[in-house]
Structures are given as structure tokens and as C-alpha cells.
Design a protein around this ligand. Sequence first.
Ligand code: BTN
Length: 148
Amino acid sequence: MVQATPFLLVLSLVLGAHSLSAKKCSLTGRWVNDLGSNMTITSMNAKGDFSGSYHTAVTATMNEIRVSPLQGSLQRTNQKGQPTFGFTVNWSFSDSITVFTGQCFLDEDGKEILKTMWLLRSHVDSIKSDWKATRVGINVFTRLESQK
Ligand code: BTN
């Protein structure tokens, strides 16, 4: 029994370390970003193609905000559980498109966090106005509470 204690201690450390390193960042589920926008990723196939919906909290237009579809792709090569990804939101209530690119990280507490950059392309009436048609920014997403 005296020798069993250090053995159990080492075993629990090994198992604990393994479960931490084995944890992977997964995109499926519900997310909220720093602007208060909500995103749900519902389906992911074996190739890493995914789809879902996006409810933005803000708009560059005067239009009434509506939930909009998103489609994306997860990179699955040598990602060590923290994969890169990209997705497009085709806004239902405006003539704009946003593309996001980012990486799914596990922070030091094992919490998932999506660090993204986006380009929002708005429609303009002529090529003369092209210079003002694209906005750029960053968004940080965290998993909504009560989600795994
Ligand atoms: C539009 O205004 O034409 C469509 C909505 C754009 C919302 C942008 S996309 C980037 C940023 N992140 C969000 O969650 N919402 C804004």
C-alpha cells in the first residue's frame, strides 16, 4: 500500500497530461463574438466542409437584421487539435458578403476560442466607389455557455 501511493500519483499525472494534450478544438456548436453576434455551426462532413447560421449584432446598412447562412471549410492537415478554417456569410438582408478566416485555439484552461479576421465587401454602384467597398476587422468567438 505504501508503494501503491507514488504509483497512483504518477498514473494520475500521466492520464491527466494525456487528457489535456488529447483535447481538440471543435467548431461545431454555438458561439458568440466580441460584438455580441451569434453563430451556430451545425454540420461538418468528413472533408471538413461545414455549414451553419450567423446572427450578426451589428450592420453597416439600415436594413433589419436577419439570420444568414454560412458555409466554410476546416483545414485538417497537421493541425494538432487547433485547426485553421475559413467561412463565408452570405447576408440575407443586405447585398454584402463577409469572409472570415481564423484558427480554433485551446487556451491555457482548455477553453476553446476562435480568433478570426474578416473582410466585409459591400455593394457599391460604380467602380469609382470601389475604394470604399471593403471593411476589415477581427472577431474573437467563445463557445456559448451550456455548450461542450
Ligand atoms: C451588412 O451590414 O451588410 C451585413 C452584416 C455585416 C456584419 C459584420 S460582418 C463582420 C462583423 N462581425 C460581426 O459579427 N458582424 C460584423
